[in-house]
Design a protein around this ligand. Sequence first.
Ligand SMILES: Nc1ncnc2c1ncn2[C@@H]1O[C@H](COP(=O)(O)OP(=O)(O)OP(=O)(O)O)[C@@H](O)[C@H]1O
Length: 278
Amino acid sequence: MLLEIENLSVEFETASGPFRAVDGVSMKVHEGEVLAIVGESGSGKSVSMLAVMGLLPWTAKVRADKMLFQGRDLLGLDASARRKLVGKDMAMIFQEPMASLNPCFTVGFQIEEVLRVHLGLDRKARRARAIELLDAVGIPDPASRLSAYPHQMSGGQCQRVMIAVAIACNPKLLIADEPTTALDVTIQKQILDLLMRLQAEHGMGLIMITHNMGVVAETADRVVVQYKGKKMEEADVLSLFENPQHPYTKALLAALPENATGDRLPTVSAAAFEEVLQ
Ligand SMILES: Nc1ncnc2c1ncn2[C@@H]1O[C@H](COP(=O)(O)OP(=O)(O)OP(=O)(O)O)[C@@H](O)[C@H]1O
């Protein structure tokens, strides 16, 4: 088992009191498996995965009965052990590639830094591996692009660089948080294809956070549906599409363009489910 989470809760201290963003979520990811976490904005998808990575601010109280990565207890890790793990064996990419890359450093430096810190490669080996990585993520003329700054690249290219940084140390688990949402539709497809190709080539476990059921259908083996911090449903992707159990899941599927029957798309209205979810 790659990742095993049992009864994860995350509470934030806010000015108006504690706020529970994740409420008793459990999930498992097997080696080489693609798990999609779906749910609307604010349902706690990102926060639950940031908790796994240990990237939440100090205002967050993370509790879980179990949070294991390859059998290692993530909750008990000290800061130094966590730094060794995060970015190496588990990595994460985010929605806004421009915001995730550092504008002050070349893309070559940002890739090579990961290789230096985690693998201790020397300068020559780092450069060779960085070129190989840029090539693997489909950046043309990789050797000369090493000296480019993020603002000299398009959004799609920056996302490719982020992916290169994330896979630099061949992680066992990659968490992709809405990796295509900020990109043009044509580029979205290319980035998804790239992620799926790398996942298959490296046999990585992949957690795909998305609110898009189309992305789920194209990528996932299994799906967890979250709503207001709670897990509503979990199923393999075929069962979920053929036989959704939960009203919220049914509504998400009904909102897919191909399921529209009239002139207007059905919408997922929270109010409609509040009663059912009580
Ligand atoms: N640092 C924080 N302090 C207080 N509340 C927070 C903090 N970070 C996130 N939240 C709240 O936690 C809830 C869950 O947020 P989260 O980002 O996980 O949602 P999400 O399902 O990933 O949605 P999105 O698709 O918009 O990223 C939201 O209500 C959010 O406002």
